[in-house]
Design a protein around this ligand. Structure first.
Ligand SMILES: *[C@@H]1O[C@H](CO)[C@@H](O)[C@H](O)[C@H]1NC(C)=O
Ligand SMILES: *[C@@H]1O[C@H](CO)[C@@H](O)[C@H](O)[C@H]1NC(C)=O
Length: 773
């Protein structure tokens, strides 16, 4: 028997791995095109030439086997051209993470700044914060790369729509709203990717980000369904106005360098074999970058979903669909035989490799030691400024859900002792959620609160599961003798995680019993702090008169405990808002997690999903969040009437206005950006930040969202002051609905804008002007 490539492969990998590990921590850089490289002087090594020409030059020099070896996430390199091996898989969801094989903390590089989990950062509704965090993360990523401890290709952020409150990975996302997710994607990706200062042209990348997981992936493991086998049945309408919105924004506006396809199928086609990768992501959205599989996706769709009768078919499906890089080894094993069998062409392989190599060149990986950002090093990890931003981000992430009779903030000088109780009261790793790294340091809630007042501590539950025998009585005793109680309860990765969806929305085990008993025993105010990525049905606490205040802190990152204490004791005025609807338990009793439909179905009683479509009871609505101040809105400027001119032929125009909704591509869109100005007054006695949320309510009759957030802006308003906020609505992007074919249309008729307590109505009609040429 001939020696198969697969039996050669492991030993090759071993040699390369040894060579790479010898370099870790050493001084010499493992970059292509360095001094003494056999390729020095060749066109692909010349930074002055266009990337496209350099990539073409390199591809032209490679053998088929060398190119096939580049289709996988751990290519061995091409020693004869001085190209070192590379690990594509690094992660930086909310700080450089240790997930993925590309990052190795240690030595002079022991840790990185750990920001709040994404769902928490989303609660800040502050796009400049998102971008700034991306910038800090990419500074630290470059520092690690310079120390040969990380790659430059980061498979973050996760911008899937948080569709169902049970999803174990909802914590990784910016929430349920497509507009917020889109804005988050663009801001964070810009922060990661954009080289500032010393930039050499627009196409240069500081690090390469990746928006994942395209598309409609948001079920991990629920009730016998898992992500490796799940076929998400999604309507064209939901794809267009919900699932694809953040991906499109990430590519079109964020100019992301990569998109990852997912494990699941969408309407019977595995995402990584879906020709829409090439047609939509690369074709329509014009991705300038590479498409990577989720890890082992190709093997998963071949072996688990039985898509393709031979492995070569599966390899061909992926390459033909437009996947350029596989996290795993399937293509390394089968792409060459697929080529021999005529299932793919060499051009298909070149097409893929061109995209990955071009990204490496934009990162500067083919410029020898002459790397951009060479000045970033160990002192840039966990710098004072970076750690302050982690604290600031945690403060901005905190959402005040309930504050009975202004119970908060507490005044530390009036309290002799505060009891700090609960399974998350001294949390450390729980605070950083998943896809995390090694943080610089932790401030747990107990530590944070202890820096303001004298504390007594009891866990009450030995872990978040809180089953069977628990030290609840001891906690009640501790509460009885304190002047106030802070109860920190909630979830952790043992309850919600990748590969682990929840079955219910309640506090696990006996946590509710602990909360109720402690609050009853406490002679002073009880503050309930919920630490969780996903919503919890805490309606019992909302109505319990013994519970003075409730905070949701998400997974607040390394500085979480300091931020929690700053809010409780009034050093920081909370301004976060919920990025997801908090449903009651009865919601998940009625709704199978497998139903992907966003829209309600009156004939089956299906209630629909998220604030955009679901109109039933909630524990707390999307956008809810109190402050220690009171903000009011006045509308200073808004349209009273709008008209849209039509373009195209008479027939097109007639057809286009069917059902009183104009196809966007039959509308003359220039000049249809409408200013909306809002004045925000702070009637309280504390300075504070407030996010103006502008919701649009389209005319009835288009199976559209009842309300859709179309703009938001966070502003700082000093006590007793007024600040004016200028927003812009673009008719052709914001005021559109998707029809049943997924085609965007502008509905005619009465539209409203809802901003806080204000409602403003205006009429939008199609103009009957002569035909536009
Ligand atoms: C009208 O539009 C629909 C799609 O919206 C299309 O399928 C149909 O062919 C159009 N009819 C004409 C006459 O253009
Ligand atoms: C948004 O975040 C940035 C970065 O932390 C901060 O400087 C700014 O004040 C925040 N905006 C508001 C209105 O709070």
């Amino acid at each position: 028997m001939a020696i198969s490539p697969s039996s050669l492969f492991p030993s090759l990998l071993l040699v390369v791995a040894l060579a790479a590990s010898a370099l870790v921590g050493g001084g010499s850089a493992a970059f292509a095109c360095g001094r003494g490289s056999p390729a020095a002087g060749l066109p692909f090594c010349q930074p002055g030439l266009p990337i496209r020409a350099r990539a073409r030059d390199l591809i032209g020099r490679l053998t088929v086997a060398e190119k096939v070896a580049m289709l996988v996430s751990r290519p061995a390199g091409v020693p004869r051209l001085g190209i070192p091996s590379y690990q594509w898989w690094s992660e930086a969801l909310h700080g450089v993470a240790k997930v993925g094989d590309g990052v190795h903390f240690g030595g002079e590089y022991p840790a990185a700044t750990s920001f709040p989990q994404v769902i928490s950062s989303a609660a800040s509704f502050n796009a400049s914060l998102w971008e700034l965090m991306g910038k800090v993360v990419s500074d630290e990523a470059r520092a690690l790369y310079n120390g040969l401890r990380a790659g430059l290709t980061y498979w973050s952020p996760n911008v899937n729509i948080y569709r169902d409150p049970r999803w174990g990975r909802g914590q990784e996302t910016p929430g349920e709203d497509p507009a917020v997710s889109a804005r988050y994607a663009v801001a964070y990706v810009r922060g990661l990717q954009q080289p500032s200062g010393g930039a050499r042209g627009f196409s240069r990348l500081k690090v390469a980000a990746c928006c994942k997981h395209y598309t409609a992936y948001d079920l991990d493991n629920w009730n016998g369904y898992d992500r490796f086998h799940f076929n998400a049945k999604v309507s064209k309408q939901d794809l267009e106005d919900t699932y694809n919105v953040p991906f499109k924004a990430c590519v079109v506006d964020g100019k992301v360098a990569s998109v990852m396809c997912s494990y699941n199928q969408v309407n019977g086609v595995p995402s990584c074999a879906d020709p829409n990768l090439r047609r939509i992501v690369r074709g329509q959205w014009r991705l300038n970058g590479y498409i990577v599989s989720d890890c082992d996706s190709v093997s998963v769709f071949y072996n688990e979903q039985h898509y393709g009768s031979r492995p070569e078919d599966a390899a061909a499906y992926a390459l033909k669909a437009g996947m350029d890089l596989e996290c795993g080894g399937f293509l390394g094993q089968y792409a060459e035989s697929a080529l021999r069998q005529g299932k793919v062409s060499e051009a298909d392989i070149d097409f893929a490799v061109t995209h990955t190599v071009a990204v490496q060149m934009r990162l500067g990986m083919f410029e020898g030691d002459n790397q951009p950002f060479r000045d970033l090093g160990p002192r840039d990890l966990c710098s004072g400024a970076h750690q302050s931003l982690a604290l600031e981000a945690a403060r901005q992430a905190i959402v005040l859900l309930k504050n009975r009779a202004g119970a908060l903030p507490l005044s530390p000088s009036r309290l002799r002792t505060v009891a700090v109780i609960g399974p998350n009261s001294d949390a450390t790793t729980t605070m950083i959620g998943n896809y995390a790294g090694i943080p610089c340091a932790y401030t747990s809630p107990l530590k944070g609160i202890s820096s303001y007042v004298k504390t007594v501590h009891a866990v009450g539950c030995t872990g978040v599961a809180c089953a069977r025998e628990q030290p609840i009585d001891a906690a009640v005793e501790v509460a009885r003798h304190a002047d106030a109680v802070v109860l920190v309860v909630g979830l952790d990765q043992s309850i919600e995680a990748e590969g682990r969806d929840r079955l219910d929305l309640l506090l696990p085990g006996r946590q509710q019993e602990l909360v109720t008993a402690v609050a009853k025993a406490s002679p002073g105010p009880t503050v309930l702090v919920i630490m969780s990525g996903s919503p919890v049905d805490v309606s019992f606490a909302e109505v319990d008169p013994n519970i003075a205040a409730i905070l949701w802190v998400g997974y607040p990152g390394q500085a979480g405990g300091a931020a929690i204490a700053d809010v409780i004791f009034g050093a920081y005025n909370p301004g976060g808002k919920l990025p997801v609807t908090w449903y009651p338990q009865s919601y998940v009793d009625r709704v199978p997690m497998t139903n992907m439909a966003m829209r309600p179905n009156p004939s089956t009683g299906y209630p629909g999903r998220t604030y955009r479509f679901y109109t039933g009871p909630v524990v707390y609505p999307f956008g809810h969040g109190l402050s220690y101040s009171k903000f009011t809105h006045t509308l200073a400027l808004a349209p009273s009437q709008l008209s849209v001119q039509l373009v195209g032929s008479r027939t097109e125009q007639l057809n286009s206005t069917l059902n009183r909704a104009v196809r966007v591509n039959h509308a003359r869109c220039d000049g249809l950006a409408v200013p909306v100005n809002v004045d925000v007054a702070n009637a309280g006695d504390r300075d504070g930040a407030h996010t103006v949320l502008v919701y649009w309510r389209p005319p009835a009759g288009h199976a559209a969202a009842t309300r859709q957030l179309v703009a938001f802006e966070k502003v700082h308003v000093p006590a007793g002051n007024r600040v004016s906020v200028a927003l812009v609505l673009d008719v052709c992007t914001h005021l559109t609905v998707a029809d049943a074919y997924g085609i965007r249309r502008i509905p005619m008729g009465e539209h409203s804008l809802e901003i806080g307590e204000l409602t403003h109505t205006f009429l939008l009609e199609a103009d009957t002007l002569p035909r536009y040429k």
